[in-house]
Design a binder for this molecule. Structure first.
Ligand SMILES: Cc1ncc(COP(=O)(O)O)c(C=O)c1O
Length: 472
């Protein structure tokens, strides 16, 4: 029997019913853009997202079965909302009496910082090891490093209310969630994962690589990033180890950070996605991962034949299979120049920085997208004047950054304090107010409340950051 779509069915029946819409929204179902007929509010029978016991609860139950979680909740406001709710719940479960502290890998999206400001929590950072080459974007955490950090905090009498990891990261790197979950279990601390980029990981044919399947207590997934879900559609997943299981508590935590008018277009999209996932998706995903593995091989062969000194497509078994990350240095280019060259061939990337270009594929991409990319890279390789030189090794600014990053006030104090925006190159010694100074999208170089040091200034220049909000 095919999977039910109770939200889609309800809204479609309502749209066909010809009922006079004497309720919000103001468009009354009349088409300006074309989809207004399906955009409703919480009328009778439509259930309520934050007190669900009808069609939304039924649809979430379908998602819960599909993801194999203890309970999956919908969000219409992205992983950002789920991250806030997840931290709020973990904080509620922690023993009272001490300032809440979270142990988090430093490659966190700024949504974590916004949550820290709203929830007034402290963060102890896990930094990439000096030999873990690469930018802040990838912050591989080892079991030993995590255990040592947890022991150190325990020694200070500060048990963190959670360990927070971002995996997959923006460049496609993944943490060893299964191993790190065991360390968290041994220390009695819940593992919370920002899995915004990995909703599809539960459906891999070789076995789930989803954080809940690997032992995390809770995680968020942006359905909209890798599944055919409208922008804003996301999941908050609770595993059996989530420290709060009570449904009302979870819905209240989500409601605290959400609008009272959740989008029914997004809810229908999440609902319809359940059927999509249940109808042959794993095989389509398998085929897509296979095509991408082949594409990485082909691009690297093309680049090697053109004399490129490095592999063009970043490749390793532990990486996230749907991201195609190109190392533009292989072609003697910057990531932004490579992205511009691809744009000329009508290929729009997800992200580009001085070194990398990230391309995101799903089973929805037509064959033409693969063909275009292969042809574009072949043209770039053919046009190389001579074999590019190996890029100069980048100075390890991140170790310097880790050494200089010390908070002078809490994230909340910094975010809510009087502030001003100054040119980045004049910000030395000032205290960062807003975490909008990002290297790979939205990963703060300096966190609110930290004093801006020389390493941060170098990274502002590297990532083209022009202005910084600092405390007055
Ligand atoms: C790693 C990571 N976490 C969280 C978010 C926030 O997700 P959303 O846009 O669904 O709110 C993003 C968005 O890009 C992200 O890249």
């Amino acid at each position: 029997m095919s999977m039910t779509t109770p939200i889609v069915d309800f809204v479609q029946n309502y749209a066909k019913s010809g009922t006079s819409r004497l309720h919000m929204p103001g468009h009354k179902g009349q088409a300006l853009l074309g989809f207004e007929g399906l955009d409703i509010t919480e009328i009778r029978g439509a259930d309520e997202l934050y007190e669900a016991d009808g069609i939304i609860a039924q649809s979430e139950a379908n998602a819960t079965r599909l993801f194999g979680t203890a309970h999956t909740y919908y969000s219409t406001e992205g992983s950002s909302q789920c991250i806030r709710a997840m931290l709020c719940l973990a904080m509620q479960a922690a023993p009272a009496g001490q300032r809440p502290v979270l142990l988090a890998a430093r490659n966190a999206h700024k949504a974590l910082l916004y949550a820290a400001a709203l929830l007034d929590l402290d963060i102890q950072w896990l930094w990439p090891a000096p030999d873990a080459a690469g930018a802040l974007c990838s912050c591989p955490v080892t079991e030993a490093q995590l255990a040592a950090a947890l022991d150190r905090l325990a020694g200070q009498g500060r048990t963190p209310f959670g360990v927070y990891l971002t995996s997959p990261d923006y460049l496609g790197g993944m943490q060893d969630i299964a191993a790190l979950a065991k360390v968290c279990d041994a220390h009695g601390v819940p593992l919370l994962v920002d899995n915004a980029h990995g909703a599809y990981l539960n459906f891999l044919v070789g076995g789930s690589r989803h954080p809940i399947a690997l032992g995390a207590a809770m995680c968020c997934d942006s359905g909209h990033k890798t599944l055919p879900v409208l922008t804003g559609g996301a999941y908050l997943h609770l595993g059996p180890k989530a420290p709060v299981q009570e449904e009302t508590a979870v819905r209240n935590a989500l409601a605290l950070f959400g609008s009272t008018s959740p989008s029914y277009l997004i809810l229908q999209s999440l609902d319809r996605c359940n059927r999509y996932l249940s109808e042959g998706y794993p095989l389509r995903l398998y085929s897509c991962c296979g095509q991408l593995a082949r594409m990485r091989r082909v691009l690297n062969e093309q680049a090697a034949a053109a004399g490129c000194p490095l592999p063009l497509a970043v490749d390793a078994p532990a990486r996230e299979p749907l991201k195609l990350t190109l190392d533009a240095a292989a072609l003697g280019m910057t990531g932004t120049a490579l992205a511009e060259a691809l744009r000329q061939d009508r290929i729009e990337c997800e992200y580009a920085d001085p070194r990398y270009v990230v391309l995101m594929f799903t089973p929805e991409n037509p064959a033409q997208d693969y063909e275009r990319l292969e042809a574009a890279v072949a043209r770039l390789c053919a046009a190389l004047p001579s074999a590019p030189a190996l890029p100069e090794p980048e100075a390890d600014v991140f170790t310097e950054l880790a050494a200089e990053a010390a908070p002078v006030c809490t994230v909340r104090q910094a975010v809510f304090a009087p502030q001003e925006v100054v040119p980045a190159e004049t910000a030395l010694g000032r205290v960062c107010a807003m975490p909008t100074v990002s290297c790979p999208p939205a990963i703060p170089i300096v966190v609110s409340g930290e004093r801006i040091g020389p390493a941060a200034l170098k990274l502002f220049a590297r990532y083209g950051i022009k202005n910084v909000a600092v405390l007055k």
